[in-house]
Design a protein around this ligand. Sequence first.
Ligand SMILES: O=C([O-])C1=[NH+]CCC1
Ligand SMILES: [Mg+2]
Length: 368
Amino acid sequence: MRITRLTVFHLDLPLAKPYWLSGGRLKFDRLDSTYLRIDTDEGVTGWGEGCPWGHSYLPAHGPGLRAGIATLAPHLLGLDPRSLDHVNRVMDLQLPGHSYVKSPIDMACWDILGQVAGLPLWQLLGGEAATPVPINSSISTGTPDQMLGLIAEAAAQGYRTHSAKIGGSDPAQDIARIEAISAGLPDGHRVTFDVNRAWTPAIAVEVLNSVRARDWIEQPCQTLDQCAHVARRVANPIMLDECLHEFSDHLAAWSRGACEGVKIKPNRVGGLTRARQIRDFGVSVGWQMHIEDVGGTALADTAALHLAASTPEANRLASWLGHAHLADDPIPGQGARNRDGLATPPSAPGLGVIPDPEALGRPVASYD
Ligand SMILES: O=C([O-])C1=[NH+]CCC1
Ligand SMILES: [Mg+2]
């Protein structure tokens, strides 16, 4: 089997409402997504999606993703898409780094492999069943009462696990948010406080040693070094996200005792092949993991959910659905959807999502 064509679609995705990060320093109101279709000489077609969360959340942006695909395309044509490790080695040789560019290419190759094998990705990734996975809500930064109100709204939609965004400039406000939310959570609910790099180490140590709550704290500071410094001085379990890109970053995080868990996002680490490698390492060292994608439509959400559903329950916390934040849905009814706070990956062979090219508009590029 050989890759015969790569077709690129650019989707402008307005968010249903603005999304704030890092204590309100970063505002997002639309996403720039890239859908990639890979065709083969045996008539099997695979789909992938790359969708950075804006251009300020990670070192990734939409135009760069499509430029990277243009660079890699000549080196991908003629390869066997089923040989995933070889495809990734070719991409790493021809374009070092740029993980976010490689993710939709890798994802589309996994889709093809699953279709050829006649197996859903949750099974190819080692899972026992299409396990329903708890879905994290997204609680924007606000006053404690505002955030508790958003949690109550999410609970009414069935969510039992929440991602609460904190990390303002005033430690007293974050102390109040953590104490109020941990005390006010409905019974049986869990919360991860996601700081999105907004604290300095000193503020992180001050806030976390001032609260009684022992919930997960995600990405307290900007760098792995700073987070490792904080982890040695606080009692909360630490989860890392934005500072982990390569496998080596995850190895360093483990060897330095910098965290008890990580957030795995295929579009941050380079696709399902790299995400699976990190997931398997996380299982071997006993991490607990949120497995989701950076953002995008139900296509990217579904790829990440296959990996989440194939992860042992002892190591799996929750997933998250980026498409729930979008104003429009280019693949209505397909893929991972929230059902009472849970989402289940499809069991059709491959990814289980088949976008309608007509709904995507004209391709912006094609390579054959
Ligand atoms: O986990 C995270 O940091 C984010 N999820 C969506 C945007 C940022
Ligand atoms: Mg995060």
